[in-house]
Design a protein around this ligand. Sequence first.
Ligand code: MG
Length: 217
Amino acid sequence: MSDDPETARQIEELAADDRPLLVLDVDDVVLEFIRPFPHFLKSRGFGLTLASFRLTGNIAETASGRLVEQPEVTALLGEFFDAQADWQSITDGAAEALAALGDRAEIVMLTAMPHKHRAVRRAHLDALGLPYPLLTTEMAKGPAVAKLRGKKGRPVAFVDDQPSNLLSVQNSVADAHLFHLMADNSLRAFLPPAPDDIVVLQDWPEAAPKIAAALGF
Ligand SMILES: [Mg+2]
């Protein structure tokens, strides 16, 4: 079961599908995030200087140099997601890769963001030509992926840029094929090397055949 009751409700709404399952993160997997976000911050009078793989502690008010605390980071993220259509474009190659996979796999996008932003993101993805179902979760992704898979043990592939999400899915779906894809590979410098059982992908053109093979195509 998904631990997030709203995510569980969203999953219940999906049509039954027995095809192999491909679950995708959105920010920095399907849509650009870490490249446009600093431009948004600049427009609000803030700057991002990444010294680690996190936002809190790395955002400062430009005029004062004041470091922004967690509640204000959350508020800025909320503003960014409300205005995402102005900032977030598709990551290179994602649309083509998903179009190639989409007739053989059930593709579901699972984004860790407050549920209140779901409708804005849905509209933006539709406008970009990405019609795949979108789920939001405010809790760990692993239980949601387990519920999505259903009871028949179909193959599962999961793609995310956040190591903690990959580990969450590994804990809930032990045989899931895990892929670490980052829209901006320079951020890997802030992360420890991926464990051997997580496949590191440099970009979507590399991802497409590897995901296809993992799902048995
Ligand atoms: Mg992400």
